[in-house]
Each structure stands twice: as structure tokens, then as C-alpha cells.
Ligand binder design. Structure first.
Ligand SMILES: [Zn+2]
Length: 251
């Protein structure tokens, strides 16, 4: 266990990093499903195309200072932008505070960022790009290195079991829906990543995700509309809740 000072520093730094990552997620969520580059062009107003200066890009603060409007054309900017930034900051800080050890913090932050992006794309009614699922899976896989470094290999067994459960249940959901091949690949890769991370933090935690997928599959079969928007988001929300609850419970 680290000193209190280390913990406070890690929490504050994680919160600030979360605000910045949240700001980046807003860009990713808008551009990735539309096949646009996430780095080029620089942030701009989607209405008047004016490029945003550094002062217009400060998470939460800029939105509040500008009254939720573009500085150039005064078009309203959705409150979702600062909400996503605040949520990401709060999750990163909360995880830094709750985890018994900061070793897996970076890996879990990366997984949470991937889950949030996936949830938001789904809520927008757009298809989740497989690349987002694969990136989240890579983030989850870095927990293997954390386990090796901290000689805590027991967690990997649960992580594997929970990933398997989440994948299997997601398979049911996919079987019930009418998704495209790339949408299915994204859902399976995401499930593997979410189940692995949830199982790593909260042994058996991925089973919660599996249960949600199975219930969604059942609902899809009963209603004949398994491909409806919001389903991936529901499973993602449970993943975030499981990871956070697991971190708090194991403290
Ligand atoms: Zn504008």
C-alpha cells in the first residue's frame, strides 16, 4: 500500500487525465463511426467549421465559459460534451481512489475509456466500429502484464472465465439480432475485453455482463428486434458498474 500522499496525487492526476481523455472521446465518438481521422483536422465547430483554439478546448470549463455555444457562430454545443468529460474524469479519479493498488490503474482507465466510447457510439444509433472493440481488448490484455509484474496470476483465471462467459452470452445476443458482420465483430471483441477486465477486478464480475447479454438476447428473440440501438450501451454500462463496484469491494 502506498502513502496517502501518493494516493491523493494519483487520484487528482487521474481525474485531470480523465477530463482530457473524455474530451478526446467526444472527438472519437463523433469521427470514428463516420470513418474520419481522430487526429486530423484539429477540433472544429461542426456547424461553422471554425477551428477551436486552446482556450475553447479546455474540458468542461470552456463549455461553461461560452454558455454552451460556439464562440464563432453561437450555435449551441450539446451538454453531452462536458457531461462525458466530467464522467470520464470522475470514473478515472474514483478508480484511483478505490483500487487497493494503483498497478492496474492505467489498464483499467484505458478499458473504461473504450467502454465509454462504445456506449456513446451505440447511443448515437451508429454502428460500433470493430477497431474500437479491438483497441479495448488490447487495453484489457495489458492486465496480463500487470498480473505478471505483481505476481497475482490468480486473477487471470477469473478474467479468462469471465471473458468466455461474456463472449458466449454475446454470441446469443448476436444470434438473436440482425447486426452486420462488422457490428458483430465489434460486439464480440468488446465483450471479450469487458468480461476480461471485469473478471480481473471482481472475480466473477464478467458473469454480470454475460447475464445482461443473455437477457438482451432473450428480449431480442421475444420481440424479433435484437439489433436495436441501446443494447450494446446497456451491456457497456453494466461493465463500467462492475469494474467500479469490484474495485470498491476489493479495497
Ligand atoms: Zn460554430
Amino acid at each position: 500500500m502506498e502513502s496517502t500522499a501518493t494516493r491523493v496525487l494519483a487520484t487528482v492526476a487521474s481525474g485531470v487525465l480523465g477530463l482530457l481523455i473524455g474530451s478526446f472521446l467526444n472527438v472519437v465518438v463523433y469521427r470514428l463511426p463516420r470513418g474520419e481521422s481522430v487526429v486530423h483536422p484539429p477540433s472544429h465547430c461542426t456547424v461553422c467549421q471554425a477551428q477551436l483554439g486552446a482556450l475553447e478546448n479546455i474540458p468542461v470549463v470552456s463549455w461553461l465559459a461560452l454558455g454552451g455555444r460556439c464562440m464563432h457562430c453561437r450555435a449551441p454545443i450539446s451538454p453531452r460534451y462536458p457531461v462525458v468529460e466530467l464522467l470520464t474524469g470522475a470514473l478515472f479519479a474514483g478508480l484511483a481512489l478505490a483500487l487497493p493498488d494503483v498497478a492496474p490503474l492505467a489498464s483499467l482507465d484505458a478499458v473504461l475509456a473504450g467502454v465509454l466510447a462504445t456506449v456513446l457510439v451505440d447511443l448515437d444509433g451508429l454502428e460500433v466500429p470493430p477497431s474500437l472493440g479491438w483497441l479495448t481488448l488490447v487495453a484489457a490484455a495489458t492486465l496480463i502484464a500487470v498480473s505478471v509484474a505483481t505476481s497475482d496470476l490468480g486473477r487471470l483465471g477469473w478474467a479468462g472465465i469471465d471473458a468466455g462467459a461474456a463472449i458466449a452470452a454475446c454470441g446469443l445476443h448476436i444470434g438473436a439480432g440482425r447486426g452486420t458482420p462488422s457490428g458483430r465483430a465489434a460486439a464480440l471483441a468488446s465483450s471479450a475485453a469487458w468480461g476480461f477486465a471485469a473478471g480481473w477486478v471482481a472475480q466473477g464480475g464478467g458473469l454480470a455482463i454475460g447475464v445482461v447479454w443473455a437477457l438482451l438476447a432473450l428480449a431480442g428473440w421475444l420481440r424479433g428486434d435484437g439489433g436495436r440501438r441501446g443494447m450494446v450501451a446497456a451491456a457497456g454500462a453494466v461493465s463500467v458498474a462492475t469494474i467500479v463496484a469490484g474495485a470498491i469491494a476489493t479495497r
